[in-house]
Design a protein around this ligand. Structure first.
Ligand code: PGA
Length: 248
């Protein structure tokens, strides 16, 4: 697992947007895995800028989001389908039938999970998977205790995750306590993984992901077993690591 430390969160997001742009430039038909949350917002903003400047097209790309809340349809403003439209898909040229997000309203979530796995396989697998990291070191919605061989499935969210994501819900909107997420085993099959973590609140999770022993209580530590992983950090998120250097 390699990591790179940028001075600021903006510089870290810019770096990740360049990596994704380079992937799409080298292979316009890339299959890209995408996260939601606060951390990726500036990455998507830069990808939209790159698209508008004529640099990064998504016309031939296929995307797979990591997760979705169970019980929220794509029109619900707090759904990840809505988030993706707001931050990326309404602004770039990725055709709707090439964009995949688990269906949080599927009547049979187990069947939806198998269908999602099969769709990733039939697309040829993930070429590049972009991930965030939870304060509790979760990846996707794989909370502490998730096995490293888990597949796409129904999960219950922990109190810490519910608290971290509560601000995305308006008063009167019910925050689901369950989600459908790609599993850790699914994530580990990606050919390349880029993790972005910024801010002091991620420093301990980053330290345990990179320097700790693999431990199912630290889902991010599973990435030590992935093929090719680059962790992109700002100085605050890297502050718990021994021996880090800021890259220009
Ligand atoms: P955040 O979420 O970017 O909103 O902190 C990260 C994650 O949970 O993966």
């Amino acid at each position: 697992m390699q990591f790179i430390v940028k001075q600021t969160a903006d510089a870290a997001a810019d770096y990740v947007s360049r990596l994704i742009g380079e992937q799409l430039g080298a292979n316009p038909r890339s299959v890209i895995g995408l996260p939601t949350g606060g951390t990726p917002v500036p990455v998507y903003a830069r990808l939209v800028e790159r698209f508008r400047a004529g640099g990064t097209s998504w016309k031939s790309a296929t995307t797979f989001n990591l997760d979705e809340y169970i019980g929220l349809g794509p029109e619900h403003p707090a759904s990840y389908a809505a988030y993706m439209r707001q931050h990326l898909f309404d602004h770039v040229d990725c055709p709707p039938d090439q964009r995949h997000i688990p269906n949080g309203l599927a009547p049979d979530i187990e069947e939806e999970a198998s269908r999602y796995e099969a769709t990733i396989v039939s697309a040829g697998g993930l070429d590049l998977l972009f991930l965030g990291l939870g304060r509790n070191a979760h990846i996707g919605f794989n909370e502490p205790g998730s096995g490293f061989d888990t597949r796409t499935r129904r999960v219950s969210l922990t109190a810490s995750t519910l608290q971290a994501n509560a601000p995305y819900f308006q008063p009167g909107q019910t925050q689901p306590s369950e989600a459908i997420t790609m599993g850790i085993g699914t994530i580990l099959e990606a050919r390349k993984i880029v993790v972005l973590a910024t801010g002091q609140s991620k420093a301990e999770a980053v330290r345990r992901m990179i320097e700790g022993a693999p431990d199912i209580e630290v889902p991010g530590s599973a990435l030590q077993q992935a093929r090719e992983v680059l962790v992109v950090l700002d100085a605050d998120a890297a502050s718990g690591l021994s021996g880090q250097r800021i890259a220009s």
